[in-house]
Design a protein around this ligand. Sequence first.
Ligand SMILES: Cc1cc2nc3c(=O)[nH]c(=O)nc-3n(C[C@H](O)[C@H](O)[C@H](O)COP(=O)(O)OP(=O)(O)OC[C@H]3O[C@@H](n4cnc5c(N)ncnc54)[C@H](O)[C@@H]3O)c2cc1C
Length: 451
Amino acid sequence: MVEKVDVVVIGMGPGGEAAATELAQAGLSVIGIESRLVGGECPYYGCIPSKMMVRAANALAEAGRVSSLAGEVDITTDFAPVATRIRDEATDNWNDQVAVDRFEQAGGRFIRGTAVVTGPKTVRVGDLEIEVGTAIVLNTGTDPAVPPIPGLAGTPFWTNREAIAVTEAPSSLIVLGGGAIGLEMAQAFARFGTKVHVLEALERLMPLEEPESSQLVANVLASEGLGIHTGTAARNVSYASNTFTVTSDNETFSADHLLVATGRRSDFAGLGLAAVGIDTTSRTLDTDANLQIADGVYAIGDITGKGAFTHMSMYQARIVANHILGKQGPAAEYHAVPRVTFTDPEVGSVGLTEQQARDQGLTVGVAMSQIPESSRGWLHKAGNEGLIKLVADTDKGILVGATSIGPAGGEVLSMLTLAVHERTPVNRLREMIYAYPTFHRAVEDALGRLP
Ligand SMILES: Cc1cc2nc3c(=O)[nH]c(=O)nc-3n(C[C@H](O)[C@H](O)[C@H](O)COP(=O)(O)OP(=O)(O)OC[C@H]3O[C@@H](n4cnc5c(N)ncnc54)[C@H](O)[C@@H]3O)c2cc1C
């Protein structure tokens, strides 16, 4: 069977779904192909259900803080409401019919299946050959990467996909990987009473963030009773009598469950990208300013390596849809990419870290302000851990990066994202009025400390 169409979207993660819908609404003939669930990782296994876990866990932590502020609260934890919300409100029990209907109502044609690119203008899914008139859009995302640790394969370990679907908090859990996904779940489960050990092979948690962020989060998690083991590579895994045993060079850890959160992977060879001249061994795809990897072949989301975030996928979808529709629009810019790790405290950051700025040869000025020393942090008291770190290009007098950690670290980040995005002069930021007593007044304090 051969079918002709204007656009094929392969993989309907957040960006693929958005682009496919917009192009269909604009009157193009669009086929959207998804092997799993329309909407991708974020609504079914990622951002949304994990943040429901975090929200509930934070409510428990906040209740625990009452004793230092307002009396006593008896807390009995119950994971059932979280599991119910994830099934009923977030994932529709991992059913994407609503999303499929929405796309079809927008005028698109949906195909469930695994697509392969067979040439610059051809795609195959099952026994259907598709000839593409205008564009192929790739939004195939990432799968959990499982490291080749002896003994791990074949054990009933979890990735984020299984961990999201649990109906009760495990009594004990080993988390492999101290990045955003591992830490959010580690802290959330621990607040439901799970005994958690986090093993990170590198010397610090959250290695892509500022070292100060790693240290602060490690201290908070350790103070909550999690075992934080950095510089600890898992060398062997075994599973017997319903117990995982993980050995590192010096220690042995045991738990009922094991969560592997050691990164993400893509399969460009399986996607057939050799057919459009792509080196399929690369980890991410090189894109031009309009997100093309070859003439008429676009990439969106995690596979572009510009930040594995839903907001990146949506941002790129807008650019791709504009370009395909011939609309004028800005090209992609990546100097102010915001990201938030939803631990408590939240770790928000944007742009360059201090080290990245130095590696780029910039003349760097940095300044920090501690949230507990700000008026709002001080009066907030329990749960007030946090800091602001600013990274400035002192030649240009602008911020090129910033970190905002605190009870509302991700929200405070918004003003810093705007400053980095707009390249607002530091002197102009210093002239601004900051409401008292807010967490974001610590930004004003840090600005005052910049050289
Ligand atoms: C636990 C967890 C928490 C997260 N929390 C956040 C958060 O708080 N904020 C945030 O911004 N991001 C978060 N992320 C990341 C976020 O989920 C992704 O960045 C987001 O889903 C965007 O990914 P994407 O657009 O690349 O595609 P994905 O969401 O990965 O979707 C790609 C889709 O393509 C399909 N597909 C792949 N190959 C084929 C093929 N050959 N044919 C057909 N279909 C195919 C897949 O089945 C999949 O559904 C989280 C991720 C995880 C795992």
